[in-house]
Design a protein around this ligand. Structure first.
Ligand SMILES: NC(=O)c1ccc[n+]([C@@H]2O[C@H](COP(=O)([O-])OP(=O)(O)OC[C@H]3O[C@@H](n4cnc5c(N)ncnc54)[C@H](O)[C@@H]3O)[C@@H](O)[C@H]2O)c1
Length: 419
């Protein structure tokens, strides 16, 4: 078996981590049990470009139980859990091409190794694999039945490709499923971003002035959790509706130009670029901390920060770089501006990835069943899958809900009854 990982001897620790996460992924486990009998992916090659975490390992095990030949590569150079990668290779015979801290050329070499696996279904978190299949590896795109996209930034890239008429095969916007982003982006990113920042800095959140850029699903989740820990939260937005929502949720809302003078900790969660730039670094207080939890490391203008600095002290603490500006002001950049929750913590808790990856696994089955009907476009996850995943999750939490009565069904479908 071909693979490229950091250290195979870490496998035992990785296996413990995978099985621990599995305890908190009951929906995926139920699907795995069903897949091991029905084999919906029998003999199909599948490549996944995802964060190599314990939760992803359980998705890979599920796809394999369904009969697929699975290969994995990383969707971010800093998010690979090397012990998990070792266990996947050693204990589950799943080839992995990912090393934590890999440079850009190794990162792309690994994506290309996942393409060499000749997949018919792909999974992406940020669309780097699909992008490769549309550019340097165009010839390998012809065998793809469909691809799945896990994050907001990836879906934006794919919709742009579809609108420009460049998309070459169907993709499923798994991120846009309510059973994914309502929970994963909000509660998963919310909690794990706080976790990553605390692990990196050991700061007390209570009383800290925290500036949250972007009040989308991730931003809302993080703002809510930071406030819950006693932080004084300020939100910046470009969308008037989201800004209004943040204001009515009780947060201070203001432009970054103003917030940059007040904040002590800045976190970007926008999916946009250069949200914090030179003029903002200039305005910040001494010892301001800047982190990103959006998909790419472009939300903070790091080249501008470098230009403003007379000295950079790398790793003054793990995941913390100290930039000393020409004015002698210090700014601390966490995890080189990459996803702080994955770089400094463990990403989303398994409980929440259970829903995202259950949606992914059921969607893979759906793709096989509907392959001749799927047009080349960006598709939503069918509501039927979303409902099944949500029902299974409720069941696992021993939560029951009501059923519509026959009278209620009729009432909701009619327009006759009024005041
Ligand atoms: N850290 C993680 O584990 C994780 C998990 C899920 C998603 N993501 C990523 O986080 C990012 C946000 O995802 P989301 O689902 O919240 O997206 P979203 O579209 O729901 O929210 C993004 C928000 O940012 C706002 N925004 C855009 N440009 C801005 C700017 N210059 N200043 C202030 N606000 C701005 C938008 O108006 C929007 O409200 C994406 O890159 C996504 O891929 C990260």
């Amino acid at each position: 078996m071909n693979f490229d990982i950091a250290d195979l001897s870490l496998a035992a620790q990785g296996k413990r981590r995978i099985l621990w996460a599995d305890n908190d992924m009951p929906v995926l486990a139920a699907i795995r049990k069903r897949f091991s009998k029905s084999k919906p992916l029998k003999g199909k090659n599948v490549s996944a470009c995802l964060h190599i975490t314990a939760e992803t390992a359980n998705l890979a095990r599920t796809l394999k139980a369904g009969g697929a030949n699975v290969a994995l590569c990383a969707s971010n150079p800093l998010s690979t859990q090397d012990d998990v990668a070792a266990s996947l290779v050693n204990d589950f015979a799943i080839p992995v091409f990912a090393i934590c801290g890999e440079n850009r050329s190794v990162y792309y070499r690994h994506i290309n190794a996942a393409i060499d696996h000749k997949p018919v279904i792909t999974f992406d978190d940020g669309a780097d694999l699909v992008n490769e299949l549309h550019t340097r590896r165009k010839k390998d795109g012809h065998r793809i039945i469909a691809s799945m996209e896990e994050t907001t930034t990836g879906v934006i890239r794919l919709r742009a490709m579809a609108n420009a008429g460049l998309l070459k095969f169907p993709v499923i916007a798994v991120n846009d499923a309510a059973s994914k982003h309502l929970f994963d982006n909000r509660y998963g990113t919310g909690q794990s971003t706080v976790d990553g920042i605390i692990r990196a800095t050991d700061f007390l959140m209570a009383g800290k002035k925290v500036v949250v850029a972007g009040y989308g699903w991730c931003g809302r989740g993080f703002a809510m959790r930071a406030r819950g820990m006693g932080a004084i939260v300020i939100v910046t937005e470009i969308d008037p509706i989201k800004a209004l929502e943040a204001a009515m949720d009780g947060f201070d809302v203001m432009p970054m130009a103003h917030a940059s003078k007040i904040g002590e900790l800045f976190v970007t969660l926008t999916g946009n670029k250069n949200v914090i730039r030179a003029e903002h670094f200039h305005a910040m207080k001494d010892r301001a901390v800047v982190a990103n939890s959006g998909h790419f490391n472009v939300e903070i203008d790091i080249p501008a920060l470098k230009k403003l600095s007379r000295k950079v002290n790398r790793n003054v603490r793990s995941h913390v770089d100290e930039y000393i500006l020409k004015s002698n002001k210090r700014i601390y950049l966490l995890a080189e501006g990459r996803l702080i929750n994955l770089a400094a913590a463990e990403g989303h808790p398994a409980c929440v990835m259970d829903m995202s990856f259950a949606t992914q696994a059921m969607e893979a089955e759906y793709i096989m069943e509907n392959q001749t009907k799927l047009e080349i476009a960006v598709h939503d996850v069918p509501m039927e899958i979303e409902q099944r995943v949500s029902r299974l999750k409720l069941q696992s939490m021993s939560i029951g809900i009501d059923k519509l009565t026959a009278e209620q069904i009729e009432y909701l479908a009619s327009s006759g009854e009024g005041t």
